[in-house]
Design a protein around this ligand. Sequence first.
Ligand code: ZN
Ligand code: MN
Length: 137
Amino acid sequence: MKDQTTIKLKEIGLKVTPQRQAILKLLEGNQTHPSAERIYSEILRQFPGISFATVYNTLSKLVEAGEIQELDIDPNKKRFDPCIKSHYHFYCKVCGKVFDIVFDNPFPLEIKRIDGHRVDAIQLNLKGVCKECKRKR
Ligand code: ZN
Ligand code: MN
């Protein structure tokens, strides 16, 4: 039986392997914006012996294919988001969590050109201390 992960991997031109399917499954609907290291440690539990490179390469290919997006918000590592719509993020400098942010009057995230420049990507990143960490202080 073909599931979504099989179809997606085929579309991208990646060989369908249980490891890659597990990576896609893990990312599906995932709102924690995990790092490659985080994803790797999860996948390692299901597939002992899998290399970090395998996981990282799969993530890179998924980004290239536009299936997931890579966020430049965490100063220490890339974070990944299965939601490919342009949206805002808030990064907590204390716990490292990344939250989706919704504005009432949003900055236009869909602009394709500005002042004659071509826009390929827009990321609006807010940084600070999340409400949970703020409460603990
Ligand atoms: Zn926090
Ligand atoms: Mn997000």
